[in-house]
Design a protein around this ligand. Structure first.
Ligand SMILES: Cc1cc2nc3c(=O)[nH]c(=O)nc-3n(C[C@H](O)[C@H](O)[C@H](O)COP(=O)(O)OP(=O)(O)OC[C@H]3O[C@@H](n4cnc5c(N)ncnc54)[C@H](O)[C@@H]3O)c2cc1C
Ligand code: SF4
Length: 484
C-alpha cells in the first residue's frame, strides 16, 4: 500500500494543469501540461490498495491500478510502467483520452474525491516513452500463421500487437493514407498530438507487424480471407447518424467528421487549407458527446464568431445522482477542455428545421423538448430561431459500413447494425473475427483496446487449436460498464 495514511493526509484531488485558454486557442497543440511529479506522487499515495479494488472492474482493461499507484508513490516509475503495460498496450492514449470509468469505481470516491488514476497513468506512459518503455518486444518464435487485421484504430492496433508478439505474421490493412483510425484524423491534436501515435507505430513495425495503407479491402474480402489463416474486422463504426428534417440539404449543414477530418489533415501538414473554415461564422453543433466537443475546440481555434451546442435531452447533473450510486458510471455534466474555451450549451433543445436563403443556411429552428414517457418531441409554440452560418451534426454513428464485407463474407449483423459475434469474437463466418466499434457499436478507446486484446486471444486460440492461448482476454463482447 502506497501510504496507509495518504488518503487522510491528502484529501484534495489535484487534476492535471491545462494551458491558459487564450494561449492554447492560438494553436492546436495539446491542452494539458505535465503535472509536478511531487503532486503525482501525493495523488498516488491517496490510493487505499483496497481488498476488493473496484477500479479494476471499472477499467475495461482491468488495469492493476493499486499496484502502479504504490510503485509510483515509492518512486519506482520503471516498474510502475511495466505493471501498466502488463494490461494496456497503449497507456499513452488512454492516459490522455479515456473518460476514466475506473475513477467512478474508486472506493475512495464513496466519501472523498477519487484518486486521479488517469493522471498517474499518463505520467507513467510519458515516463515509459522517455525511458525505453517503447523498445520493441520481439516475439521469441514464429508460428507462420497469417492474420489480416482490417482497420488501424485502437482495436486493430491492440490486436495486431498482441498477435505479432504471439509469433503470428500480422498485416494491418488501412484504407486511409495513415494509420491510427479515429486517433489519426478524428481526434484533434489538442487532445492527442500525433507524434505520440507515430512513436507507438514505429515500435509495432520494429516488432514485426506489417502495415499497408491506402488499401480499402471492400472489393476483396474473400481474397483476404483465402490468403490468411484468420481475419479481424476492426473497421470501426463510421456511418454517421443523419437528421432528415426540412433544410437538411442546405449549404452549410455538415456531418461533424466532414469538418474534423480535413482540419486535422491540414494541422498535420497534409493538405493546404481545410474545406470548411468557420472564421467569423456562427456555428451550431447538434450533439453533446466527444465529437461535438472536438468541433467546439476546433471552431474556437479557427476563430468562430459564436459556437452553440444543442442537446435534445436534459442537462445532466454535476454531482452523482442517487439512481447512479457508486461504483456505477454516472452520466454527469461534462466539462471537457473544449467546453472551458467558450461557447454556449443548450439542453432540452429539439431541432425542428434548418432555415436558409438562396440555398444557404441562415438559422436553426429549435423548440423546447417535451418528454412524454420514453418519447422526446418538440413542444408546439416554443420554436425560436438561432442564427447560424454552419451546422455540424455530431449525433453519433449507426454502425460499421456493411458494403463489401456483408455479402462477400456472408456476415450476420445484430439488431443494432453491428457485426454479430459469438462469445469469442468470431463472426458468422469461421475464421473471421470482429472487434472494437465495428462489433460493439460506437464506444471508447479503452473498450476498443480491451476488445482488440481479447479478440487476439480468441484468434490465437483458433489458430493454435490444441495449445491453450497465453494471451489475456480482459472483456467478453457483451461486457458493459458497471451499471445497476
Ligand atoms: C471525433 C471523435 C472523438 C472521440 N474522442 C474520444 C475520446 O476522447 N475518448 C475516447 O475514449 N473515445 C473517443 N472517441 C471514440 C473512439 O475514437 C472510438 O471508440 C475508437 O477509435 C474505436 O476504435 P476502433 O479501432 O474500433 O475503430 P476506428 O478508430 O474507427 O478505426 C477503424 C479504422 O478502420 C478503417 N477502415 C474502415 N473500413 C475499412 C476498409 N473497408 N478497409 C480498410 N480499412 C477500413 C478506418 O479508416 C479506420 O481507420 C471519439 C470518436 C470520435 C468520432
Ligand atoms: S484505461 Fe481508462 S479506465 Fe482504465 S485505468 Fe486508465 S483511465 Fe482508468
Amino acid at each position: 500500500m502506497a501510504d496507509p495514511r495518504g488518503f487522510l493526509k491528502h484529501t484534495e484531488r489535484k487534476t492535471q494543469p491545462r494551458r491558459p485558454v487564450p494561449v492554447r486557442l492560438l494553436d492546436y497543440k495539446e491542452v494539458y501540461e505535465a503535472q509536478d511529479p511531487a503532486v503525482v506522487r501525493e495523488q498516488a499515495s491517496r490510493c487505499m490498495d483496497c481488498g476488493v479494488p473496484f477500479c479494476h472492474s471499472g477499467c475495461p482493461l482491468g488495469n492493476l491500478i493499486p499496484e502502479w499507484n504504490d510503485l509510483t508513490y515509492r518512486g519506482r516509475l520503471d516498474e510502475a510502467g511495466q505493471r501498466l503495460l502488463a494490461t494496456n498496450n497503449f497507456p499513452e492514449l488512454t492516459g490522455r483520452l479515456c473518460p476514466a470509468p475506473c475513477e467512478s469505481a474508486c472506493v475512495l470516491g464513496i466519501n472523498q474525491p477519487a484518486v486521479t488514476i488517469k493522471q498517474v497513468e499518463v505520467t507513467l506512459a510519458d515516463h515509459l516513452m522517455e525511458h525505453g518503455g517503447l523498445d520493441p518486444v520481439v516475439p521469441g518464435r514464429q508460428t507462420h500463421k497469417r492474420v489480416a487485421v482490417v482497420g488501424s484504430g485502437p482495436a486493430g492496433l491492440a490486436a495486431a500487437q498482441q498477435l505479432t508478439r504471439a509469433g503470428h505474421t500480422v498485416v494491418v490493412y488501412e484504407r486511409d493514407d495513415r494509420f491510427g483510425g479515429l486517433l489519426r484524423y478524428g481526434i484533434p491534436d489538442f487532445k492527442l498530438e500525433k507524434h505520440i501515435l507515430d512513436a507507438r507505430l514505429r515500435q509495432m513495425e520494429a516488432e514485426g507487424t506489417r502495415f499497408r495503407h491506402s488499401v480499402s479491402v471492400d472489393i476483396s474480402w474473400q481474397q483476404l480471407r483465402q490468403a490468411h489463416d484468420a481475419v479481424l474486422i476492426a473497421t470501426g463504426s463510421t456511418t454517421p447518424r443523419d437528421l432528415p428534417i426540412p433544410g437538411r440539404e442546405l449549404d452549410g449543414v455538415h456531418f461533424a467528421m466532414d469538418y474534423l477530418v480535413p482540419v486535422n489533415r491540414s494541422v498535420a501538414g497534409l493538405d493546404e487549407a481545410p474545406a470548411i473554415d468557420v472564421k467569423g461564422k456562427h456555428v451550431v453543433i447538434l450533439g453533446g458527446g466527444d465529437t461535438g466537443a472536438d468541433c467546439i475546440g476546433t471552431a474556437h481555434r479557427q476563430g468562430a464568431a459564436s459556437v452553440t451546442t444543442l442537446a435534445i435531452g436534459v442537462q445532466p447533473p454535476e454531482e452523482r445522482p442517487a439512481h447512479q450510486p457508486w461504483p456505477t458510471v454516472p452520466t454527469l455534466f461534462e466539462v471537457a477542455s473544449a467546453h472551458e474555451e467558450g461557447g454556449e450549451r443548450s439542453y432540452l433543445a429539439s431541432t425542428v428545421e434548418f432555415e436558409g436563403h438562396e440555398g444557404r443556411l441562415t438559422g436553426v429552428v429549435v423548440a423546447e423538448t417535451e418528454i412524454v414517457g420514453r418519447e422526446r418531441r418538440p413542444k408546439e409554440g416554443t420554436e425560436r430561431v438561432i442564427p447560424a452560418d454552419v451546422v455540424f451534426l455530431a449525433l453519433g454513428f449507426t454502425g460499421p459500413e456493411p458494403s463489401g464485407m456483408a455479402e462477400q463474407l456472408s456476415l450476420d449483423f445484430d439488431s443494432r447494425s453491428n457485426v454479430a459475434r459469438d462469445g469469442y469474437y468470431q463472426t458468422s463466418t469461421p475464421g473471421v473475427f470482429a472487434a472494437g466499434d465495428a462489433g460493439r457499436g460506437q464506444s471508447l478507446i479503452v473498450w476498443a483496446i480491451a476488445e482488440g486484446r481479447s479478440a487476439a486471444a480468441a484468434i490465437d486460440q483458433w489458430l493454435m487449436e490444441e495449445e491453450p492461448t497465453k494471451l489475456p482476454a480482459p472483456v467478453a463482447p457483451t461486457d458493459a460498464a458497471i451499471a445497476l
